[in-house]
Design a binder for this molecule. Structure first.
Ligand code: GDP
Ligand code: ZN
Length: 334
């Protein structure tokens, strides 16, 4: 299923969920075992991406957590007596991280080995908030993850073409966008194919149709969202780390059901790095007169030139300014 580990591939596993010391781990044959974490887990986590290339990671990774997270690939060891133990956490190729609870130093891994963030909004009902979308996209970029945007319920605004008009800025910025309707069965196949074989973090406001989309695309998935919140509320386990749901179908893939990106927040993103998290700004960033240009009032700023000449969306630029204010310690923008 995943990259083979040298030696006995049968011993690898993928962490689907876990609470306390017990973890549900999927073996390559898709069977799921319950495993405990060995007291001394080998620390093979470097936090570095294998090819070292793509990671535009602007979050300080000083204290990469060695704790297990959903999405972690592990080596399993069969104990005499039939118990299964996790003996090693394999290097993570990516991760979605958030601040440790209580404002501590360490980051906490929400999900490991994430391939993409899929941000779902509705074309209408509920009314979409582009600035919230921008925030989600920034958080994904800050974690070095690529994003895909889904605009669902397009039949409510007159179909795909009508919906597309409103989201052109994001297409121009280079984001992949899916226009879908569960009701009119629109765009489901392409979205299905973009999730198959990948680990995706699905996020977005509630009521936009995330569960409906998944259920329509993956027959028999049965997300059982209620069951998840129920187990969170049972109280015995204080830190439920989320769930990785295997997708049905021949290509496999997983959808991570984690604390939302909103909770992940823009932790540790420095205001000076925010511009890197707007992909359409990147081509201009080395051209501003001042190396530390804030792209607001500075002379000879290529970003502002681009906005003035219509090469970059004004709305996205204004989002940038608001988020930057926020990161600099001013009031949240919404
Ligand atoms: P979630 O909170 O994002 O998981 O959203 P749900 O999947 O629970 O859907 C919220 C509501 O939107 C439900 O009443 C769905 O039936 C409805 N819904 C989902 N997809 C569509 C769609 O494409 N068009 C319309 N009109 N309603 C939809
Ligand atoms: Zn500038």
């Amino acid at each position: 299923m995943r990259d083979d580990v040298t030696g006995d591939a049968a011993q690898t596993g993928l962490v689907l969920s876990g609470t306390g010391g017990r973890w549900r781990v999927e073996r390559p044959d898709h069977s799921v075992v319950e495993a405990t974490l060995r007291g001394r887990v080998k620390k093979s986590n470097s936090g570095k991406r294998a090819d070292g290339s793509l990671r535009r990671d602007t979050i300080s990774a000083a204290s990469e957590s060695l704790k297990l997270a959903i999405g972690d690939r592990v080596l399993l060891e069969d104990d005499p007596g039939g118990a299964v133990a996790i003996g090693e956490i394999l290097p993570r190729r990516s991760r979605l991280a958030r601040r440790a609870p209580g404002g501590g130093q360490g980051e906490r891994i929400v999900a490991a080995n994430v391939d993409q963030v899929v941000v779902v909004f509705a074309a209408a009902n509920p009314e979409p908030h582009p600035r919230m979308l921008d925030r989600f996209l920034v958080i994904a970029e800050a974690n070095g993850l690529s994003s895909r945007i889904v605009i669902n319920k397009v039949e409510l605004v007159g179909g795909v073409d009508a919906a597309r008009e409103r989201w052109r800025d994001y297409e121009r910025a280079g984001y992949a966008i899916h226009y879908t309707s569960v009701k009119a069965r629109e765009g489901l196949e392409a979205l299905h194919d973009s999730l198959a074989g990948c680990v995706s973090v699905l996020t977005g406001p509630s009521g936009v149709g995330k569960s409906s989309l998944l259920n329509a695309m993956f027959a028999g998935l049965d997300l059982r969202i209620g069951e998840i919140s129920e187990s969170v509320n049972k109280g015995r386990h204080t830190t439920v780390g989320g769930y990785l749901h295997p997708l049905t179908g021949t290509d496999g893939g997983y959808v991570a059901d984690t604390p939302g990106l909103r909770e992940v927040g823009m932790w540790a993103l420095s205001p000076t790095e925010l511009d890197q998290c707007f992909p359409e700004m990147r081509p201009f960033l080395t051209g501003c007169r001042f190396a530390d240009c804030r792209h607001s009032v500075e002379p000879a700023c290529l970003v502002r030139d681009a906005v003035q000449q219509g090469e970059m969306s004004r709305a996205r630029y204004e989002s940038f300014i608001k988020l930057r204010d926020e990161l600099e310690g001013n009031k949240p923008s919404y």
